[in-house]
Ligand binder design. Structure first.
Ligand code: SF4
Ligand code: SF4
Length: 204
């Protein structure tokens, strides 16, 4: 999540050389990025996944502590709960892989997959109006936390990527505003209180 970046000034770019290079990357569908990092979620992601899969919220999400992350960013997107700071992420299977990663390395919730998965491996930076303005190769790959087998080829569509990036930006910004509102509340609640605050049902 990029709640801190929202308040920073970012130089607006359109189709830069950097982005053009990133758009040439093609996923080899090795499944590694679905097997390791915590996939952070917004409330919009959760609502889409519940609707698509029919699964109850508790089967989809987990509130992760700082110790669950390879690198810890001390940003404003930590949710202050009564028992500590947490981040909302997609639940993993016992082997650590994503709940939706099938045996053939495909995503079984592809149509409703989180926005983070749709723009991966590109990190989208936002301006104060929640517009995507800058792009980087995800630090998960750049810093070699995982071995990504992407290869360079014909460019993916800039306009399609931009649509996804803008939607991701808007949903992230909206979620970040909600976290800030929640964190300002005088009394800290637990997981269900937070989900109810987001307008997400916690029972089947
Ligand atoms: S690790 Fe890289 S090549 Fe493998 S699935 Fe993820 S993005 Fe694709
Ligand atoms: S939701 Fe799908 S694309 Fe995203 S991490 Fe899980 S299996 Fe991979």
């Amino acid at each position: 999540m990029q709640c801190t970046i929202l308040s920073q000034e970012v130089i607006p770019i359109k189709k830069s050389r950097k982005l053009s290079k990133l758009l040439k990357l093609h996923c080899a569908q090795c499944g590694t990025c679905c097997s390791d990092p915590v996939i952070e979620l917004t409330d919009s992601d959760i609502k889409r996944l519940v609707k698509h899969t029919g699964l109850p919220t508790d089967r989809l999400i987990k509130l992760y502590a700082k110790s669950d992350f390879t690198t810890v960013n001390d940003t404003e997107d930590w949710i202050n709960l009564s028992y500590g700071k947490r981040q909302l992420g997609l639940r993993k299977k016992m082997d650590g892989s994503c709940l939706f990663l099938s045996d053939d390395k495909k995503c079984s919730a592809y149509e409703a997959r989180p926005m983070a998965c749709r723009v991966f491996p590109i990190d989208v930076y936002l301006d104060e109006d929640s517009k995507a303005t800058d792009f980087e190769l995800s630090d998960v790959i750049r810093d070699k936390f995982i071995k990504c087998r992407q290869y360079s080829g014909k460019s993916n569509s800039f306009s399609q990527f931009r649509l996804k990036a803008d939607q991701s930006g808007k949903e992230t910004a909206s979620f970040c505003r909600k976290i800030k509102q929640w964190n300002r509340k005088p009394e800290r609640g637990g997981k269900d209180d937070f989900l109810n605050f987001l307008g997400i049902k916690t029972t089947e």
